[in-house]
Design a protein around this ligand. Sequence first.
Ligand code: PLP
Length: 398
Amino acid sequence: MPTKKRSFATRAIHGKKLHPFKGAVTLPIHQTSTYRFADSQDAVRYAKGDPSVYVYSRYHNPSVEDVEQKLALMNDADDAVLFASGMAAISTAVLSLVKAGDEIVSTPTLYGGTYRFFRDVLPLYGVTVRYAEAEDLSSIEALVSERTKLFYCESPTNPTVGIVDLAAALKHVRAAGRKRGVRIHAMVDNTFATCLFQSPLAMGYDSVVESATKYIGGHSDLLAGAAVGPAPFIKGVRHLAKYLGGTPDPFAAFLIGRSLKTFELRVRMQTDNALALAKRLERHPKVLRVLYPGLASHPGHAVAKRQMSGFGAMVLMEVKGGVKGAVRLCDALNVAVNAMSLGGVETLVSIPVYSSHVNMSAAELKRHGVTPGMVRISVGAEGIGDLIADFEQALRKV
Ligand code: PLP
């Protein structure tokens, strides 16, 4: 059966070959920095571009490549590059597309690390980022100039779980690009949705970046990132990754390979838990609002239904009492863990003004839609009864 016809779970578990290794059923960890040449002709073959000759693990590693192939298959993409973190993937992918004098157009709500990279680092290299208005994606068109090389967005957004209408945004990007005679690369951070529930490439986007630390890793025990897309783009990303050096460790690749085998099971169960918890929290008198794309009350619910095949497992709640209420809640939880990351099988909570959005001005917080009483919940795979009971007892202390 052609690989593309196999189900998502089969592609995640087996990759291209159903039985790739003689002997080991699992992915061997090629824990090596370098590779022994059979003789010096190997070096010559490598220099001539023979991909079967391995040289150095910053360039390539069989354990890493196995995971890259699986991620490409899961995204229905030509190729993927694995990185040491999500930020390594994002920074390398972006820098592979822009140079001094170029411009990026972005939607305003982004993961804090990406936003700071755009705000504090890119301008040092002569790259300008312009932000569309969250409520009016047609504002993209006026921001595009003949220097625009990249459109970058994230949906659902971190931390407010906002939904960007990806089709509408792309329509404006393409219209403005045609008007100005430029081809703009369109990139999506797909970390929250994952490739199980959202396929930006199938919608016409050029590439996907993500923090594989989150749902791909899924167990809060590794850092990794990925860039996924067409072969020429990935070639450029790999080229730059060699020099920026954010390549992953083979052991992290092994852990990801193992995590991919349960990816669909985990993410579906976490998503079911998220909907049940969000519904319960929405009715609670101490909760001012709950933002979860699967709730009819979410302003992006209709768009999420159109562009996602599942709503994911990230929930945002705003409690009474501002940041004091948020702190009291987080400190009273017993099952959910007060920690900054997301995507693992254990439920994590964090307060955006103390974590992803710390040290941002009032105007920046407003633009990102972040308020002090917000608590971001990364819903895990625990028993849903235990989770609901845990939040209910903690809310009594708010
Ligand atoms: N993108 C999103 C949406 C994130 O939430 C994060 C981290 O929280 C990143 C990118 C960065 O990933 P990493 O922490 O693996 O570098």
